[in-house]
Design a protein around this ligand. Structure first.
Ligand code: ZN
Length: 149
């Protein structure tokens, strides 16, 4: 199976062309910028909290198709998650795309398709940019996140 081809077919074409939850919301609780200097991908992640869970996750920015598709899929997956659940999802996703040979946990759902980037180490930062931004936001960081720090 050609994993990059599958990646493009399943995610890039769909989520890359029509990213979900794209655009800056009028109201939000938290926002943080992320930047991947290796590829030039940049985005801003917006989270709106309702009680202890994420009511809405949105993003805006520009970058390669993988970075946009990953952010699109992430914002879909975050809806309804608590901070602890979101942090756990970050860790599960990060391990999955950075370590070879792991099978996807059920909790990853559609995100598992991004595992194709493991074959292309230079693209891993593209797939994890939105997630590093999320993890930093959850920790309360306010300065722009860079994948190279
Ligand atoms: Zn990229």
């Amino acid at each position: 199976m050609d994993t990059l081809r599958e990646l493009y077919q399943e995610i890039i074409i769909d989520h890359g062309r029509r990213p979900r939850n794209f655009g800056a919301p009028k109201d939000y609780t938290h926002a943080l910028k992320g930047y991947n200097p290796l590829c030039g991908d940049q985005l801003t992640l917006f989270l709106t909290w309702q009680g202890n869970h994420i009511e809405q996750a949105q993003f805006e920015g520009q970058g390669c198709a993988i970075s946009m598709a990953s952010a699109s899929l992430m914002t879909e997956a975050l809806r309804g998650k608590t901070a602890i659940e979101a942090e756990k999802l970050f860790q599960t996703f990060h391990e999955f795309v950075t370590q070879s040979g792991l099978t996807a946990e059920d909790s990853l759902g559609k995100l598992a398709i991004l595992g194709g980037v493991r074959e292309y180490p230079t693209r891993i930062k593209c797939a994890t940019l939105a997630w590093h931004t999320l993890a930093s936001l959850l920790k309360g960081q306010q300065n722009e996140v860079s994948t190279e720090v």
